[in-house]
Design a protein around this ligand. Structure first.
Ligand SMILES: C[S@@+](CC[C@H](N)C(=O)[O-])C[C@H]1O[C@@H](n2cnc3c(N)ncnc32)[C@H](O)[C@@H]1O
Length: 209
């Protein structure tokens, strides 16, 4: 399986069509959390099974992972979880998908691909234009969670989000995990690896104002 795909490839210009929230979820009115770059979706499976009072929506650019995740959702009859294949930028920028944002309360971008070479920085998911899309689409009070073990990437993400005047940082001590999309502090696969290897984790939460 390919580990990295170029999100700027024209292969991702066309996006999968997404059914209405009523068709996707058992209860479409629940708070919705988006996980961007969800890989095989294990994090979201754990969350969806633990917290049935939230809906979860994963976006991933590696098609095979999404196909397998969709089959698992169907086989296990999970009603609060949905996966979409494609470049998150193109999916969320597509006017026909605006309806997703109606119930979105939070978004996670956990351990996104760092693209270490300078000439590849433009492939990083967090770019000013992407943050503009979120800023124009998210309701006030919605949260963006970021985490990474790469300090340079963290600085890039933090300065990009902080440069948008519609987002401000939330102090960790003022943040109630129990009311969030992840009350049990479930870890992603990358986070588990980082913890086992005792690497640093850089994280922040932003609120749309
Ligand atoms: C390093 S992995 C982290 C996976 C997971 N979030 C974790 O913490 O274990 C980053 C994931 O983001 C996906 N990805 C990268 N760029 C993307 C994009 N533009 N849209 C959607 N997914 C993307 C990659 O294919 C990969 O599965």
């Amino acid at each position: 399986m390919r580990q990295h795909v170029n999100p700027l490839s024209r292969n991702f210009n066309e996006t999968e069509s997404i059914p209405s929230l009523t068709e996707i979820f058992g209860d479409p009115k629940l708070n919705l959390h988006l996980d961007i770059g969800c890989a095989a979706g294990e994090f979201l499976f754990d969350l969806a099974l633990l917290n049935t009072s939230w809906n979860y929506f994963g976006i991933e650019i590696r098609e095979k992972l999404v196909k397998t995740a969709k089959i698992k959702v169907r086989e296990r009859e999970i009603k609060n979880l949905y996966f979409v294949f494609g470049n998150a930028h193109n999916i969320l920028n597509d006017a026909k998908n605006n309806f997703i944002f109606k119930n979105v309360k939070s978004i996670s971008l956990y351990f996104p691909d760092p693209w270490f070479k300078k000439r590849h920085y433009k492939r990083r998911i967090i770019q000013p234009e992407f943050i503009n899309i979120l800023s124009n689409s998210l309701q006030k009070g919605s949260l963006i969670f970021i985490k990474t073990d790469v300090k340079d990437l963290f600085d890039h993400m933090d300065s990009t989000i902080s440069s948008n005047f519609n987002f401000k940082t939330i102090d960790k001590k003022d943040f109630k995990y129990s009311e969030s999309f992840n009350p049990n502090k479930v870890k992603t696969n990358r986070e588990k690896y980082v913890m086992v290897n005792e690497l640093n984790i850089f994280e922040k939460v932003y609120i749309k104002i």
